[in-house]
Ligand binder design. Structure first.
Ligand SMILES: [Zn+2]
Length: 257
């Protein structure tokens, strides 16, 4: 457990590192969105595992075999995401991007809260809920027209061209990451001179390997996460606190206000 003094020193050190960097990349995970009320669907304590095992419903094979079950399981999560608002961590990162201190956010989340907070350079390596793709003819459509009928009436989205079932463009278990986005994320991790891990326990591969890639190329590493990560011992600063509290502290230290 860090003392208030250690916390303060950690925040100052993190702010100094970011101020001195020319290329800072942030990697965010479920922990940045839990303060906005979005459960981490990979976590057994999220409530989403009570009735189903996500590996059995939220894998690509399971979706193909039983889309109804998948859509039933997904409904509370989509509802929570629809009702969620960006929290001070999302807003702080957006401020730092506007001020020129953050180049890219690589996120494991598909809730769109970074963009809603005003961040422009976001790589969604686990996909997005904003679009759906037909499993038969591969037409990609905007999700907005389908969300309300699905949440309210349980209507499963179907393709207006071929009646095929539409799959949300989120990456399911057993599915490849979106190739171009993933390539960019790897390049950014290699090029950056500072990486901030914010609200990720770095347990999901291959994304969890990005901080190692960054420090292997000489970058500084700042970790802000409630629980330990495999790479804490190689970080310049580790702040084991709620990211929604820490990021505003760092932002104040750097930008004032
Ligand atoms: Zn279709």
């Amino acid at each position: 457990m860090t003392t208030p003094e250690q916390f303060k020193t950690g925040v100052q050190k993190a702010a100094e590192i970011i101020l001195c960097s020319r290329d800072t990349v942030v990697l965010t995970g479920a922990g940045i969105s839990t303060p906005s009320g979005i459960p981490d669907f990979r976590s057994p304590t999220s409530g989403l595992w009570e009735k189903y095992d996500p590996f059995e419903v939220a894998s690509l094979n399971a979706f193909r075999y039983n889309p109804d079950k998948f859509y039933n399981w997904m409904r509370p999560l989509v509802r929570d995401i629809g009702a969620a608002q960006p929290n001070p961590a999302h807003i702080g990162l957006s401020r730092l991007e506007s001020a020129g201190y953050i180049k890219t956010i690589i996120t494991q989340n598909f809730d769109g809260l970074h963009q809603r907070a005003g961040s422009n350079h976001v790589l969604e390596v686990h996909g997005t809920l904003r679009t759906l793709t037909c499993t038969k003819c591969y037409q990609q459509v905007d999700a907005s027209g389908y969300t309300h009928p699905y949440i309210e009436d349980g209507i499963i989205p179907r393709c207006n061209r071929c009646e095929g079932i539409l799959k949300p463009d989120v990456i399911l278990f057993g599915e490849q990451l979106p190739a171009r986005t993933w390539l960019k994320a790897q390049e950014q991790s290699k090029q950056c001179d500072t990486m901030i891990v914010a609200g990720s326990s770095l347990e999901v591969l291959p994304v969890a390997g990005l901080p190692r890639r960054a420090i292997d190329h000489g970058a500084h590493l700042i970790i802000i996460n409630q629980s330990e990560t495999y790479i804490d011992n190689r970080a310049d600063v580790v702040l084991s606190h709620d990211v929604a509290q820490v990021i505003p502290w760092i932002t104040r230290e750097m930008l004032g206000g």
